[in-house]
Design a protein around this ligand. Structure first.
Ligand SMILES: [Zn+2]
Ligand SMILES: [Zn+2]
Length: 135
């Protein structure tokens, strides 16, 4: 994981990033706010939003917009793929090596300057499957 710090962060921003990096659940801003409040009782949802926005801008976090329009956040900015449950919305990381070779290949074929790619699988998570599948 990259540890770049371009400027001094506030205590709240630092805690936000720390908690986000601990989580594997790709929380929404509200979910992260609920967790952060245990540590920083005075932190507001607005501050959490602002800090997340700044981290995304500075490349320290990813913003993953879901089909329902909700944004989830990821503290891991290395190339990795996701899988989304279309029943409960759960978003997990996929243990899979990044497909590094497709970018130069596409660039050669298309004439585009290819700067990156993302990949999201969808399906039904084990918990929803055990509860009888799609609802
Ligand atoms: Zn599910
Ligand atoms: Zn992720």
């Amino acid at each position: 994981m990259k540890q770049k710090k371009t400027r001094r962060m506030t205590v709240q921003a630092e805690a936000t990033l720390e908690e986000l990096r601990k989580l594997k659940t790709h929380p929404t801003a509200e979910e992260l706010h609920n967790i952060l409040r245990k540590r920083l009782p005075k932190v507001s949802l607005g501050t959490v939003y602002r800090n997340l926005k700044m981290m995304v801008r500075e490349g320290e976090a990813l913003r993953l917009v879901q089909p329902d329009g909700e944004a989830r956040f990821d503290g891991c900015v290395d190339v990795h793929y996701h899988i989304r449950c279309r029943s409960c919305g759960r978003l997990d990381d996929v243990e899979m090596k990044p497909l590094t070779r497709i970018e130069p290949r596409l660039q050669e074929q298309s004439g585009w300057l290819v700067e990156g790619h993302s990949l999201e699988f969808e399906g039904i998570c084990p918990r929803c499957l055990s509860m009888g599948g799609v609802c």
